[in-house]
Design a binder for this molecule. Structure first.
Ligand SMILES: Nc1nc2c(c(=O)[nH]1)N[C@H]1C(S)=C(S)[C@@H](COP(=O)(O)O)O[C@H]1N2
Ligand SMILES: [Mo]
Length: 443
């Protein structure tokens, strides 16, 4: 390649045009010969159409004919302007009367791998997003501990840190759909979950230092935001894998996620993961924050409620295709990758099955990339598109033997009056044209 002067102020700072275009012509000559031999092999794309006159490849494009932006134009980088559709969306139905105490749904249809970028992480706030000065923030730890303490953020960060990948899910994820599909959209139907790499300290590390009384059976966690959200957590979970986190995907927590510090209870209800964490109190009896007695219980068909319902069960959803990612541009015979996400708050995803007929027959998908406990796990299945209607579902199971229930099974046990912990199998109807709709299979 020709050397170009990076610092010249010539208007047209262009690499030798003729050289480039000639090498492209060479490429087309070669591929034209190659493709004759290649037609018999299965291809993911249409048979190569050699279009040596395609201006998109044969001509210099506007962005190649002058210098681009200064590299530090955005000192904090932003996505390409062309990715303007990859955004969180707010749902009217779930709004508690204003845009502050609301929920921003994660665009699962755009997700790749198992990590949600910080700017796309779903966000639920009961009193708006607090903007907290970390220098002014304090975390009080008291109750049944030998050494009650008030920590600054700097002091907190002196504890040895750990980094773990875990999902967070609001137990109301999918909750509006107990009685039937409400949203022809994966983002609105399933977008109250995201997955990140968290950095912080295990609570058991801090408690060893502070001396937890053997009498302590419960921990109250309280937020410093205007909602002062409080939840009580059994001590076993606290001493197992509960974390206090300040890092999210390699940088400080985002304000939406509770900057400067939040509680993380891997695999348990998102609402227990108190953000803007200000206080932890240890006690021998549970005492409930106001919202806990009325909400976050599971109402069963019998009319009785399950009060202590913490871990999120095995769940999964196909992200491609989905209503936002239809198959309308596919042709019969083309190979296409079906992809999706599976997660379980009770362990590690062991497998995911896919059904093309609404759950009558199942075939195993493969798990891709990292497979971690209490983390999003990506699954994949290569499918030859036939242009016929399908009822496409996924069914996840974890290493604890928990398997995603059918809608019917879940309704038989729980009825339809519940809001929380809906994890039954999600089905997408794929029409003969390749459009994708949210449906429920009730048999
Ligand atoms: N202090 C405080 N913590 C909170 C909340 C809140 O409103 N205030 N919302 C909870 C709820 S209901 C959920 S589902 C999770 C959402 O976490 P996220 O916003 O990081 O996705 O935070 C929880 N922690
Ligand atoms: Mo939530």
């Amino acid at each position: 390649m020709t050397e170009i002067s990076l610092f010249s102020n010539k208007k047209n700072n262009v690499v030798s045009d003729t050289k480039k275009i000639n090498s492209r012509r060479e490429f087309f000559k070669k591929t034209a010969t190659l493709s004759i031999g290649a037609v018999t092999a299965a291809s993911l794309l249409d048979p190569v159409k050699v279009k040596a006159d395609d201006p998109a490849i044969m001509e210099e494009q506007p962005w190649a004919t002058s210098l681009g932006d200064p590299v530090t134009k955005n000192r904090y980088g932003m996505p390409s302007v062309y990715e303007h559709n990859d955004i969180r969306r707010n749902m009217k139905l779930l709004q508690s009367g204003n845009w502050q105490a609301s929920i921003a749904m994660c665009p699962l249809q755009e997700s790749m791998g198992i990590i949600t970028p910080n700017g796309l992480f779903f966000s639920r706030a009961h009193g708006g997003v607090a903007q907290i000065d970390p220098n002014e923030h304090r975390l009080m730890i008291h109750g049944l501990v030998d050494k009650p303490i008030v920590l600054t953020m700097n002091e907190l960060k002196r504890y040895p840190s750990v980094t773990r990948i875990h999902f967070i899910e609001c137990p109301a994820n999918g909750g509006p759909e107990w009685r039937g599909p409400q949203f022809n959209s994966i983002q609105f139907a399933k977008g109250m979950t995201s997955c990140a790499q968290w950095t912080g300290v295990y609570l058991k590390t801090i408690l060893k230092d502070l001396g937890l009384s053997p009498k302590a059976k419960w921990m109250l966690a309280e937020g410093g935001d205007s909602s002062h959200m409080g939840r009580t957590i059994p001590i076993d979970k606290v001493l197992d894998d509960a974390m206090i986190v300040w890092g999210q995907n390699g940088e400080a927590l985002r304000p939406e996620q509770g900057y400067p510090v939040r509680l993380l209870l891997p695999g348990w209800e998102g609402n227990l993961c108190v953000k803007w964490l200000a206080r932890l109190e240890f006690a021998d009896k549970p005492w409930y924050a106001k919202e806990e007695t009325a909400k976050y219980t599971a109402l069963k068909k019998s009319g009785k409620a399950i009060q202590h319902f913490y871990a999120l069960e095995a769940n999964s959803v196909i992200t491609s295709p989905c209503p936002e990612n239809p198959w309308t541009d596919l042709k019969k015979g083309q190979l296409i990758e079906i992809q999706g996400l599976a997660w379980s708050g009770m362990g590690t995803i062991k497998g995911v099955d896919i059904s093309f007929d609404g759950g009558k027959n199942w075939i195993q998908a493969s798990l891709k990339g990292l497979v971690l406990p209490k983390a999003w796990t990506r699954f994949s299945y290569m499918y030859k598109y036939e242009g016929k209607p399908l009822l496409l579902s996924s069914r996840a199971y974890d290493d604890g033997g928990h398997i995603q229930p059918t809608v019917k099974h879940e309704r038989d046990v729980m009825g339809v009056e519940s809001v929380y912990h809906r994890n039954s199998i999600q089905t997408w109807e794929v029409t003969a044209k390749g459009e994708v709709n949210n449906v429920q299979v009730l048999s």
